[in-house]
Design a protein around this ligand. Sequence first.
Ligand code: UDP
Length: 457
Amino acid sequence: EVKKSNMKILMLPWLAHGHLSPFVELSKRLAKRNIHIYICSTPVNLNSIKKRITQKYSNSIELIELNLPSLPDLPPQYHTTNGLPPHLMTTLKKAYEMSTPQFSNILSTLLPDLVVYDFNQNWAAEIASFRNIPAVQFLPVGASIMSFGLHMMKNLGKENFPFHEIYLRDYEIIKLQGAGGSKGNDDFSDRNRFLQAIERSCGILLIKSCKEIEGKFMDFLSVLSGKKVVPVGPLVQESYLDDGDQENDEEMEIIRWLDKKEKGSVVFVSFGSEYFLTEEERNEIARGLELSNVNFIWVIRFPFGEKINIQEALPEGFSERIGNRGKIVEEWAPQAKILKHSSTGAFVSHCGWNSITESMKFGIPIIAMPMQIDQPLNARLVEAIGVGLEVIRGDEGNLQSEEMAKVIRKVLVDESGEGVRRKAKELSEKLEMKGDEEIDILVEELVELCKNSNGQC
Ligand code: UDP
C-alpha cells in the first residue's frame, strides 16, 4: 500500500525554463513532506536546475537524465527551449516524443508510484498506464488560459465562453489558435495531443494557481475537463536563500544598486526567458523608459549566437541620458529577489504565468506588455483582478512608447494608480497569510489516488 512516507513521484516537465521552474518548486514542497522525487529531463535542462537542488534536498530529489535521440539539426545543447532557434521547436517536440522507449525503461527501473507530466505529453500518461502507474497532469499555467484554450479546442464557440473580461483581441486569437496553446507548431495533431493529455490525467488536474487568483476559472476548467482541479498555489521561489543558494557578484551588484534607491521607486522590466525583443520593440521600450522618468532595471536578452554589443543595441546616447536612474542587465536577472526588494514598486512584464504569479505574491503591481502565447490573456486577467494595467498597442499591434510611459507613471507614482497599488498589496497579504496550505491538501489527494489506482484511469 502506498503511504506518504514512502511515496515516489516522477516529474516530467516540458523542456522550457518556465515549466521546469514550477516543477522544481512543486518537487521541493513535496520533498519537504517526505515524498521522494525524481525530476526527469534532458542533461542540458538538469544542468540549469542543479544549483537549485541544494544540499537540503540531496537525499530527497534525484535528477534523472533523459537523452533525446541525436538528430542532425538538434545537438544536445538544443535539447531545451532556452535559446532554441524558433524554427527548431517542432523538431524538439518530435525528439521528445521519440524518447519514449527510454522513458519507459526509466519507469521500469525506478518504479515510481505516480508520474506527474506536463502540457501536451499525452505519451507520458500512456506509457505510465502500460506499466500500471497512475499519471496526473500538472499545468504550470493559469486556469483562465487553460479553460479558454480547452473551450476553444472543443469548438464550443467564442461567444459562449462565460468570462468576457478576458476576451482576446482578434489578432491575439489567431496567434493562439495557430500555436495550439504552445509555440511554433500549428498542425492538427497538437490539438489532439493537448486534449488527450488532459483526458488521460487520472481523475485530477494539478494547476499552478489558487482560488484567490482564479477561483471561478478553476471551477469552469473542472466542468470543461471533467476532472477535479487541484490548485497547488503560486509556487514562488521565495526561499531561494534559505535553501543555501549563494549570490554571485552580479546579483549582489544589482541588490546593492536597489539598496540605494528609495522605497517603491524602481520599475523592473523583463520579458521572460523565451521572448527576444525585435530592434523596433527595443527602441520603443527604451523611449518609453526615458519618457517615464523613473528608476528602472531592464533585462535584455539575445538569441544564441546573436549577441550584439549592448550599447549598440540601444538608441544612441540612451545610457548617458539615463545615467544612474536606470540599470541594464544582460541575459538574466534574479527576478524573484528583485521583486521582493523594497525599492521595487512596479513590474513591466510580458505576463508569463510565472512572472505574474511572482508579482502577485510579492504585492508588486503589473504594467502588462504581453508578447505571445498565453500572455495577452494573462494580461487581461491581471486587469480583471485589478493588480495591474495593460499598455495598449497601436492599431497595427505595435508598442507605443508614450502609452508605456503613461502607464508606468500611473502604476508607480500617480495618485490615480493608488487603487491598483492597494489591490496588489491586498492580494499579496491574502496569499502570504495562507502559506502553503494547498500542498498539504495535494499530498492527501495524491496518496488517495495512488492507493486506489493501478494506472488504469
Ligand atoms: N526569470 C528570471 N530572470 C530573468 C528572466 C526570467 O529569474 O532574467 C524567471 C522568472 O522569475 C520566472 C521565469 O524565469 O520564474 C519566467 O517564466 P514566465 O512564465 O514568466 O515566462 P517565460 O519565460 O515562460 O516566457
